[in-house]
Design a protein around this ligand. Sequence first.
Ligand code: ZN
Length: 154
Amino acid sequence: MEDHIRELYQEVILDHGKNPRNFRHPEDATCEAHGNNPLCGDRLTVYAKVGDGKVIEDAAFEGRGCAISVASASMMTDIVKGKNITQVERLFDQFHKLCTGEVEDIADPEFEDEIDKLRVMSGVRQFPMRVKCATLAWHTINAAVQGDQEATTE
Ligand code: ZN
């Protein structure tokens, strides 16, 4: 990993890990799912309010997990707001490939800002055990919006 990305990665994990965004239980959530990463012990509940056009109007989470899982959930809930379910699936797919190293990098003109953030988070690719921590929240929101109540990284 390039040095500046490594530094950014550490900053982002610390910042979101210490001050998670959207760490709450919205009363008007339309769906939720429990995410479980038994390898690390991360357990998150992700809430989403899905409105017209399957747009995610609000997303939030609660739970306990390692700094990486919490930071990723914090970032995810920020990123998905205002996007529709299909767009969220696409972002997750791209993020997943970045994390596993399946692709070196991605370019998506529609989501440049989002990809910039996810690229930093994908620093986990150096630590394969941590990929499931970083992707747990994304698995979980996908499960929630698809009507599943449980998501597991296993
Ligand atoms: Zn973890």
